[in-house]
Write a new protein. Structure first.
Length: 265
C-alpha cells in the first residue's frame, strides 16, 4: 500500500534547529532529531551520506556509526555503506549527480516536480538490487568544492514501491531537514581549505578557463574571444597561480570545484 499522506503536516523552526549543530558533540543528538522528525512527518526511515563519492562513513563525536547506531540499519538488513561499488552502480547515486531537488523513484522511473531529461537516461534495470531498496525518496545535497551528499528516505515496508503520497506531502520539509543536518556535519568535520576559499578570478580568466574546459586550444580560444594566443596563455597561467595549480588539468579541476566553470549559454 502507498505511504499515506498525513494531515496538517508542519515543520517547526525548533525541528530545524534540532538537526543543526556546531561541534562533534552535537552530531548524535542532531541525527536522532532528524530520524525522529522524519518518522513523525511521514513515517519513513532515514539513510544519509555526506559524500556519495567516498566510503568515509558518518559517525558521531565518539566514532559510533550513524547508519546502524542511530538510523537503525542493523544486521539482517541491506547495509548499503558496506557495498564497495555502490557509488558506481546505484541509480540513486547517479541521479544525485544530475538533480538538485528532491525526487522519488522505483523501478518504473524517477518522479520530480519539474521534469529533468537527464534522469531519463539513467539505467533502472535490476533497480532493487542496485539501489538496495524497492523505492526511495531522495534529497540530493550539493555542497562547496563539488561535494555531493544525499539523504534517502525509505518505507519501513521493504516491499513498498509507491512513495508518491509521502513525496507530495513532505519532500520539501525533508529537504530542509536533510540539508541542515548534512551541511552542519560537513562544516564540523571537514578539513579547512584555505588554499581555495578566498580565490577570485577575473572575468577574462574565467572565460578562458571555460573554453579550455570545453576542449578548446589556446589558438581556438583566442579566435573565439578575439585575443592573441599569448594573451590567452597569460590568463590561464594567471588563474593557475591563483588556484595554486601545477598544470592546466589541475587548474580546470580546481576552478570547477569553485563553480567558475558553469555551463556556458
Amino acid at each position: 500500500m502507498p505511504t499515506p499522506s498525513r494531515p496538517s503536516v508542519f515543520l517547526s523552526t525548533e525541528a530545524i534547529a534540532a538537526v543543526r549543530f556546531i561541534d562533534p558533540s552535537g552530531i548524535r543528538s542532531a541525527a536522532e532529531a532528524l530520524r525522529d522528525e522524519v518518522e513523525a512527518l511521514c513515517g519513513l526511515r532515514t539513510a544519509v551520506s555526506h559524500n556519495i563519492a567516498i566510503r568515509d562513513l558518518m559517525r558521531d563525536g565518539d566514532g559510533a556509526l550513524l547508519a546502524s547506531e542511530v538510523f537503525g540499519f542493523r544486521e539482517g538488513e541491506a547495509r548499503w555503506w558496506e557495498t564497495p561499488h555502490l557509488a558506481l552502480s546505484s541509480p540513486l547515486v547517479h541521479a544525485c549527480r544530475v538533480e538538485a531537488e528532491p525526487f522519488w523513484c522505483n523501478a518504473q522511473g524517477f518522479r520530480t516536480r519539474i521534469a529533468n531529461p537527464l534522469l531519463d537516461a539513467i539505467d533502472l534495470t535490476e533497480f532493487r538490487a542496485r539501489a538496495m531498496t524497492a523505492a526511495a525518496l531522495v534529497v540530493p545535497i550539493h555542497l562547496p568544492f563539488g561535494q555531493i551528499g544525499a539523504a534517502s528516505f525509505l518505507s519501513p515496508d521493504p516491499d513498498e514501491e509507491d512513495l508518491s503520497a509521502a513525496y507530495d506531502a513532505c519532500a520539501d520539509m525533508l529537504a530542509v531537514l536533510a540539508r541542515a543536518f548534512v551541511e552542519s556535519y560537513v562544516k564540523v568535520t571537514a578539513r579547512a581549505r584555505p588554499d581555495l576559499a578566498g580565490v577570485l578570478l577575473s572575468k577574462r580568466e574565467v572565460e578562458c578557463l571555460r573554453w579550455a574546459a570545453a576542449g578548446k586550444t589556446n589558438d581556438e580560444i583566442g579566435l573565439i574571444l578575439g585575443l592573441q594566443r599569448t594573451t590567452v596563455r597569460f590568463h590561464i597561467r594567471s588563474a593557475s597561480q591563483k588556484l595554486d595549480a601545477v598544470n592546466r588539468d589541475q587548474t580546470l579541476f580546481k576552478a570547477a570545484q569553485l563553480g567558475f566553470l558553469a555551463t556556458m549559454r
